[in-house]
Design a protein. Sequence first.
Length: 90
Amino acid sequence: MTDITPNSTFLIAGIVFVTIAIIGQSKLGFIEINPGCFGRLLALFIGISSLLYALGLLNFSGATIDFLRTSLTEQVKQSISSINELLQGS
């Protein structure tokens, strides 16, 4: 347990934030947690993001980002040409 990997860190943080979002207002001995409505929503967003990152769903490599950028660029070019053909035809 001496080596804490980033995945286990994000997993623990995600569980803690989702727990705060679900429980909301609580008192644990000398610690009082009162996040409010916005704090609960923010904790839920951070918790789910951390859990997804720990599971590897948000962990993109450079090659994946390049592939996504290239495919999105091609889709935009095709859409623009389709829209131009539609506008010129009418």
